[in-house]
Design a protein around this ligand. Structure first.
Ligand code: 13P
Length: 258
């Protein structure tokens, strides 16, 4: 079934690239994308300290460009040492923010209740969450991936109102496929992304659910991204390792434009 969702290719740089390295990578990416990417939204999510530098060098002529952070804290300001607020992200040009990445859940003990607070704070500030979900290998081997991921999505969206659906992106990233070189098959991705969409229909109705972008993430590369994008409920990719190589990331954007 055709849909009107604009494809989105987002790069999660994770904890890579110093300020000067980040500016160089952003410049390389801008050069690599100077000829194309029409109709695809491209979002780059560098570490906090690189955000301003990246924003100062990227000018996309043909593709709408979004700058995203990799995390946020839900309180507006105050004595929260090390934390970054929504206003701070907006002040350096962010329009997107990743929340709930499995690495933050694992290494920083983030819970779905935390992610829900971040989601509410971002939406209230007019920033678009890229909200991550995904199952471990253990859950996948038990065949419980759909129930597990839909459960995460429901908790992350508890009490959240959406105006149109355009303001939310959900990234399905099976943990066992992140940075391992093991990818889910396009059918695996569709099974879970389709279930996420069905959950959104239940929560928000067809119109809003039909506008939320759902991305696949986990060892996505130029050679496999087209297979994921061909699936009905996969609207783009959240890219880790391959987003650190400008030519690879640009190649993925080009595939999404085809
Ligand atoms: O975690 C990811 C993006 O957020 C995926 O990382 P890789 O593309 O390196 O597997």
């Amino acid at each position: 079934m055709p849909n009107n969702r604009t494809r989105l290719i987002a790069g999660n740089w994770k904890m890579n690239e110093t300020y000067s390295e980040g500016v160089t990578l952003a410049q390389d990416l801008a050069n690599a994308l100077s000829d194309g990417a029409e109709g695809v939204e491209v979002v780059v999510c560098p570490p906090f300290v690189d955000l301003k530098g990246v924003a100062s060098v990227i000018e996309f002529d043909k593709a709408p460009f979004g700058l995203g952070a990799q995390d946020v804290y839900w309180e507006p300001k105050g004595a929260y040492t090390g934390a970054i607020s929504t206003d701070m992200l907006k002040s350096v040009g962010c329009t997107y923010c990743i929340i709930g990445h499995s690495e933050r859940r694992e290494y920083f003990h983030e819970t779905d209740a935390d992610i829900n607070k971040k989601m509410i704070a971002l939406l209230a500030a007019g920033l678009k969450p890229i909200s991550c979900c995904g199952e471990s290998l253990e859950v996948r081997e038990a065949g419980q991936q759909v129930d597990f991921v839909v459960g995460q999505v429901k908790e992350d969206l508890a009490g959240v109102e959406l105006a149109t659906g355009d303001e939310l992106v959900i990234a399905y990233e099976p943990i066992w496929a992140i940075g391992t070189g093991k990818t889910a098959t396009p059918e695996d991705a569709q099974e879970v992304c389709g279930a996420i969409r069905a959950c959104l229909v239940e929560l928000y109705g067809e119109d809003i659910a039909g506008r939320v972008r759902i991305l696949y993430g986990g060892s996505a590369k130029p050679g496999n991204v087209a297979g994921f994008l061909a699936e009905e409920d996969v609207d783009g990719a959240l890219v880790g390792g391959a987003s650190l190589v400008a030519s690879d990331f640009a190649a993925m954007v080009e595939k999404a434009a085809e």
